[in-house]
Ligand binder design. Sequence first.
Ligand code: MV4
Length: 446
Amino acid sequence: MFSRVLIANRGEIALRIIRACQELGIETVAVYSEADKEASYVQVADEAICIGPASPAKSYLNIPAIISAAEIADVDAIHPGYGFLAENAHFAEVCTDCGITFVGPDASSMRLLGDKVAARDLARKARVPCVPGSDGEIRDEAEAIKLANKIGYPVIVKAAAGGGGRGMRVAHNDISLHKGFSAARMEAEAAFKNGTVYLEKFIVEPRHVEVQLLADKSGNAVHFYERDCTIQRRHQKLIEESPCPVLDEKTREELCKAGLRLIKEAKYHNAATVEFLLDKDKNFYFIEVNTRIQVEHPVTEMVTGHDLIKLQLKVAAGQTLDLRQRDIVHKGCAMECRINAEDPARGYAPCPGRIEKFVVPGGFGVRVETHIYQGAMVSPYYDSMIGKLIVHQPTREETIATMKRALREFRIEPIKTTIPAHLKILSHNLFVKNKVDTSFIERHLS
Ligand code: MV4
């Protein structure tokens, strides 16, 4: 196992990783920007190194500064958390070249799966159901229009280098496809310096379901079941839960096994999430792979009882998985609400500032992941998530009841948060009755 690990991140996930390291007897090195000098994760780490000014480009995305800190602190490994450099293949490569273990997959796996066209190819090879669409990239409008007429409208044009909803265009006819094709290509070229696009049938009113996986460096891989992340706003998840409340046992097993086949085909190691769309008839289609630990990983931890961060560290250190698939059992229902410093009444505008009052909920089945404390500053430089409230109970009904109780117990002043929005969602008939799709927030809570 590693002796010292550097955490190349901030906020709640930095604290989450430091805690896992402490329990494994690993020394921790935090890095921080000038804006995070007083942050709680900086205080609890064994060592802390300032890596630059508040601006992410000059600190948490600054590869030379982070590598220098790792060299000075003499760490064995770097955990990237999520966001920032977590899916940057170049960074993973630099770590390896410097003799530092990157807690994540190889740079080559990140490049392969980061290319959605290549990932789709791989999924087909692994007999994972894909959305009907193009076989590889689409080179021009004529090819797009020909294929769209074959598979039928609506269709969606996506950027191969995209993800998280950037560089996509939906088309309902030849005219809008003609426009959408060049728009998607231009946007992709500008955003990712890669104008490669592909085409898929547009799945109407889907649910978003993802499978959590973990693989070691000896080729062993297991899944930790699925999470349903349908409740989103502009591709920002608000609530995640497990199990997916509309899946039957048979479909669920097929979905989890499909995820497993895909990462085995990729000869992948470390944590991965395979994302699927679930249509009205409960057909699932592969869309993309995330090669990092995700924000919502605690939902899976609660229903399976396994610490995913500790497992990531163990497999990164070369340990073989001592978990067999049959040792991973799913119990009850877990749900996570992301508490953001945003005002739902003003179009979810960010609300940075000092937190004067911060009282966290507790009690049976309640877990809070946050780096915030009374007197902490919420900086305008970083994302607005200030904490995650996770609830675990035997049934979905009980989980919702406990979540509502815990949300009401949470006291955050004077800034506005997403708590009132969560309370509305949890009381909404369509959410309670599992009749939502990815457009729920825009359609019913705007
Ligand atoms: C789709 C789709 C419908 N059909 N692909 C959005 C983000 C990216 N991960 C994929 N996305 C979508 N791909 C096909 N073929 C609808 C979406 C989508 C979406 C997916 C998951 C969660 C929220 C979403 C919101 C809008 C669109």
